[in-house]
Design a protein around this ligand. Structure first.
Ligand code: MD3
Ligand code: FE
Length: 217
């Protein structure tokens, strides 16, 4: 049977959508990787569990985070940085699973960023009400490398601004299986996530998980 409006599997809009210079939304790009991706994700989370980190200002983030790869992004009272050690376990972060690397590289290549080798994958977990306020990602050394983001579980409203904090953000609904590559000028654009609406996802339950692949060093 073919996908159509009746069975609810119709494509809504084009599979690939340029959303800014250097930024491309690849809807459903995860599909061929999903079978291997979810078990690899669960293994990583078992080794370095989710935790609510503290911002330098002393607030606890509503998004729970962990990492895999050679280095991981952390925040605490002393600031934001990448570190090779998980401060909670005292051990190295879990290795980047092969399927993570393959997915990130293929998405980057599709967007025109061949040769992308991420050394960090930040794993964000949103439960209903969790949000991420507008920010830039500037803790990486080389802004010529893109960031690849993978959305899993409940849908979220992604807020995509411009180079200045005051630029009015556009809203994109990111769904399970969507991948976005952020390179070129968009690499330093302000962005955030609106408070997650409640729901129940068939594979992931009452949450959204976002993977962001970065070249930090
Ligand atoms: C645009 N995460 O981890 S992914 C983050 O859904 C972060 O968890 C959000 O922002 C999330 O830093 C958004 C999309 C994303 C990630 C990085 C970007 C968009 C970006 C970097 C530059 C521009
Ligand atoms: Fe970000």
């Amino acid at each position: 049977m073919t996908a159509d409006l009746f069975d609810g599997t119709a494509d809504v809009g084009p599979a690939e959508q340029a959303i800014a210079e250097g930024a491309i939304l690849l809807r459903g790009f995860v599909r061929p990787f999903e079978h291997d991706l979810l078990p690899a994700l669960h293994a990583a989370i078992e080794q370095s569990p989710f935790r609510h980190m503290q911002t330098p200002g002393g607030h606890q983030m509503s998004v729970a985070m962990t990492n895999c790869g050679a280095v991981g992004w952390i925040t605490d009272r002393s600031g934001y940085r990448y570190d090779a050690t998980d401060p909670q376990t005292g051990q190295a972060w879990p290795a980047m699973p092969d399927v993570f690397l393959l997915l990130a590289r293929q998405a980057a290549t599709r967007a025109g960023f061949g040769g992308f080798v991420p050394d960090a994958c930040l794993i964000n977990r949103y439960e209903p009400g969790a949000r991420m306020s507008l920010h830039q990602d500037r803790d990486e050394r080389d802004f010529s490398a893109p960031i690849v983001s993978v959305s899993l579980g409940l849908p979220a409203i992604f807020l995509f601004g411009g180079p200045k904090r005051a630029d009015k953000p556009l809203r994109y609904r990111l769904q399970h299986g969507d991948v976005v590559v952020w390179g070129g000028p968009s690499r330093l654009f302000f962005h955030g996530v609106a408070p997650l609406a409640d729901g129940d996802h068939a594979a992931l339950g009452r949450k959204r998980i976002n993977l962001t692949f970065r070249k930090a060093r």
